[in-house]
Design a binder for this molecule. Structure first.
Ligand code: PMT
Length: 409
């Protein structure tokens, strides 16, 4: 995460009881990396899962637990702490804590601070999927939202209890990226980003084409996240039915060759190229002038290879920071890392496709791989994943300014 993305923002991080409490340790570190000043409050139940010492070491500040701590009240008392906070973030927020907040209870330090503070409240829920889906939890969240609280996530996927569904705590990067969006942090200010999205269609004759299942949602989410992060964004979109994200310039194309020409035209003016499009690898060698007629037998189509847009951009003398996607049905990590190397990319976002996942769904799950590291982004909305991807790109560019300026790999 980029330093000073949340410059000196005073965040009161509340940790409530649940197995996801251990993830709040990583979150504390990421918030501090982003420049925030973090003070941690553990509920009594959270302290059964994680220790105050961990959070004290990571935040560099004493950790508060109970309301009746004489030493702490003599130093920064709970009212002062409530006034100190510019943002309250509760992660994980358990179903019980959400219920207590919705009812205005003040039966422990964290709920008391929430009542005593005017700081805006953000909640990152984590719980069993049935508890998340329960009408009581949803009604409580409705009450909190109506009072201005922001709910971050949750993600969905396999849960510690063995269930599968919504209720996973968002990844630390995604939470930080969402906070930054709330606080106007601009990770990519002054940066020019080119994004490709959607499928390509290769005409066979005037009525038929070869295409793929891409809806464009992932690429459009990436374009939106980059624009939110302050970049000027050019989107090259294959044939999709999606509105253009606010503040994004868009060129529509149909075939891989049209996408290739349009991308190559915009590449010299961009600092980062994110290739989320599902580009057809082959096209019919010839496009029939008239509708092909049934012959009563088999029909053979001769296909010819399309240009590999990413590989061509990677070979440029002056190349942008290059981000590819890898759509795989098996051996995700191995195949994606091979693609990262072969195409000489700076970062690749691998997703599993097929069987209802990846293509044309609201959610996705990404494994980010770069030459000396990786990060798994748990299942979540494509926009949340796109924000975390943008945060990772910003971090990598900052860590290696030569590559950010287009040095070849
Ligand atoms: O659009 P959605 O419905 O939201 O679905 C999202 C998605 C699954 C399409 C997206 O997340 C994704 O994985 N996009 C890349 C799909 C793909 O073409 O993957 P690939 O593994 O075949 O290609 C690897 C990389 O090379 C990609 O960045 C691709 O854009 C690029 N490529 C591929 C072929 C080609 N001729 N030129 C290219 O530039």
């Amino acid at each position: 995460m980029i330093e000073s993305a949340l410059p000196n923002l005073r965040i009161l991080l509340g940790v409530s009881g649940g197995i996801a409490a251990y993830k709040a340790a990583e979150l504390t570190r990421r918030l501090r990396d982003a420049g925030a000043d973090v003070r941690v409050v553990l509920t009594e139940n959270a302290a059964r899962f994680v220790t105050a010492l961990t959070f004290q070491a990571l935040s560099g500040q004493p950790v508060r637990g109970g309301l009746w701590d004489e030493a702490a009240e003599a130093a920064m008392g709970h009212i002062e702490l409530a006034r100190w906070a510019q943002r309250i973030l509760i992660a994980p927020a358990s179903a019980d804590l959400i219920a207590r907040l919705a009812h205005g209870l003040a039966d422990d330090l964290l709920t008391t601070l929430c009542l005593a503070s005017t700081a805006p409240l953000a909640l990152a829920p984590a719980m069993n999927q049935q508890m998340w889906a329960h009408a009581a939890t949803q009604a409580n969240l409705g009450v909190l939202r109506s009072r201005g609280a922001v709910v971050l996530g949750p993600g969905s996927g396999s849960q510690a209890c063995g269930d599968f569904g919504a209720g996973r705590l968002l990844e630390a990067d995604a939470i930080v990226a969402e906070l930054m969006a709330l606080h106007g942090g601009k990770l990519l200010a002054g940066t020019r980003v080119l994004v490709s999205a959607g499928p390509t269609f290769e005409d066979i004759d005037p009525v038929r084409y070869l295409g793929n299942r891409s809806s464009g949602r992932m690429g459009f989410a990436v374009a939106q996240a980059a624009a939110e992060a302050g970049a000027s964004v050019q989107l090259v979109a294959g044939p999709v039915h999606l509105p253009t994200p606010a503040g994004v310039a868009r060129s529509d194309v149909r075939s891989a060759r049209e996408m290739h020409a349009t991308v190559m035209q915009h590449v010299p003016q961009c600092d980062i190229f994110i290739s989320a499009a599902a580009v057809g690898d082959y096209r019919p060698a010839e496009i029939a002038a008239h509708k092909l007629k049934k012959t009563g037998g088999a029909l053979a189509l001769t296909l010819t290879e399309n240009p590999d847009i990413l590989a061509e951009v990677a070979a440029l003398k002056k190349r942008p920071f290059l981000v590819g996607f890898a759509a795989e049905t098996q051996n995700l990590r191995t195949y994606a890392r091979a693609k990262l190397e072969r195409k000489k990319l700076d970062l690749i976002a691998a997703n599993r496709v097929g069987g209802g996942s990846g293509f044309d769904a609201a959610d996705n799950e990404l494994l980010l791989l770069w030459p000396d590291g990786e990060e798994a982004l748990a299942r979540g909305a494509k926009l949340d994943l796109a924000r975390a991807l943008i945060a990772r790109i910003a971090t990598l560019r900052k860590a290696d300014p030569a590559r950010a300026k287009g040095a070849k790999r």
